[in-house]
Design a protein around this ligand. Structure first.
Ligand code: IPM
Ligand code: MN
Length: 361
């Protein structure tokens, strides 16, 4: 029987609670669809950092390389200065394992309350391909004359052609396979580049040239659009139905996907995948560690469950992934009162049970 070795890093706050539910659903899907998941827990996170001073050691990265995928809960601890765990664990894993794609679907599930007027699941159904290895995240820059009135701080937006091309290739392929035409909900597959070519005339000029060159040569079947990032924020609220697959740099991708998440019902439901198409990928709910809800059994586990769903899709277990998607849709449409912590009408583990029961049918 096919067996997948999965590293599970529950992390901080409510991370471990939601991860338990994701694992529950994962195991149910596996036994239903005829494969096995072999899980190994890792305790990296704020508590371990406080005890040992260790974030994510190089030895853990080497260990992770042996797995088929990583499931992450959340990183962020109220007693630890912001940046230490985020950089030391989350960004370290993304960079060291070269997870150069951050795939973030913006999908409103049936029955989920949407803050946008007159928009439903049909209108809010697109995917952001966020480049995950470059940009202002590379740490290029520095501070001089620190503490003086003339202090200078520089943090550069850095991209090379190789990074841009590999990300665009992934995005075009993704659009061809999963775009609105491919899914039978539209008349064409569209890839939209989100940039800022009117001001960032170096970095997004590179992106724009690479985008049209690759599109013209290799993907003439895919419609190409371009949007400035500020306008994108406006259209994400006003006309999200315009979008199919969007591709953008790391920083813009970070920002617009939080906006996307709130339009799909909030952090309780938004999931993402840090993908290395040729290596080990890591899947996570994109909400944080929600310290104030820790241990109360009230946090929404659906984002973590959807992260597990994306993991199966990426591993090629499409039937199992589809089953989880259908189950989540059933539960949001027919069972849950709200996506918000404490207002779901069910506890964290009950929501996990509801989804697992549907998957098992
Ligand atoms: C995200 C987060 C991270 C990021 C932080 C926690 C480093 O906001 O996954 O979107 O900026 O990528
Ligand atoms: Mn973010």
């Amino acid at each position: 029987m096919k067996t997948y070795n999965i590293a599970v890093m529950g992390g901080d706050g409510t991370g471990p609670e939601v991860t338990v539910e994701a694992v529950k659903v994962l195991k149910t899907a596996a036994s239903k669809c005829g494969f096995k998941v072999n899980l190994t827990d890792f305790d990296f996170g704020g508590e371990r950092y406080k005890r040992t001073g260790e974030t994510l050691p190089d030895s853990a990265i080497e260990e992770f390389r042996k797995f088929d995928a990583i499931l992450l809960g959340a990183i962020g601890h109220p007693d630890v200065k912001p940046g230490i765990l985020e950089k030391g664990i989350l960004l370290k894993a993304r960079f060291a394992l070269d997870q150069y794609i951050n795939l973030r679907p913006v999908r409103l599930y049936p029955g989920v309350e949407c803050p946008l007027k007159d928009k439903g699941p049909k209108e809010i159904d697109y995917v952001v391909v966020r480049e995950n290895s470059g940009d202002a995240y590379t740490g290029t820059g520095g501070i001089t004359l620190k503490g003086t009135p003339n202090e200078v701080a520089v943090q550069s937006m850095v991209y090379n052609r190789f990074q841009v091309d590999r990300c665009l290739k992934y995005a075009f392929e993704y659009a061809r396979k999963n775009g609105k035409k491919a899914r039978g909900v539209g008349s064409e597959n569209t890839l939209g580049l989100v940039g800022k070519t009117n001001v960032l005339t170096f970095v997004y000029d590179l992106w724009e040239r690479a985008f049209h060159e690759m599109g013209q040569k290799e993907y003439p079947d895919i419609r190409r659009d371009y949007y400035h990032v500020d306008a994108t924020c406006m259209w994400m609220v006003k006309s999200p139905e315009w979008f199919d697959v969007l591709v953008t740099g790391n920083l813009f991708g970070d920002i617009i996907t939080d906006l996307g998440a709130i339009t799909q019902g909030g952090m309780g439901i938004a999931a993402g995948g840090n993908i290395n198409p040729n290596g080990v990928s890591m899947f996570e709910p994109i909400g944080g560690s929600a310290p104030k809800y820790t241990g109360m059994g009230v946090i929404n586990p659906l984002a973590a469950i959807c992260a597990a769903q994306m993991m199966l899709e990426t591993l090629g277990e499409e039937t199992a992934a589809k089953k989880i998607d259908t189950a989540v849709r059933f539960v949001t449409a027919n069972k849950m009162k709200s996506m918000a912590a404490g207002k779901m009408g069910f506890s964290t583990s009950q929501v996990g049970d509801l989804v697992a029961a549907e998957v098992a049918k």
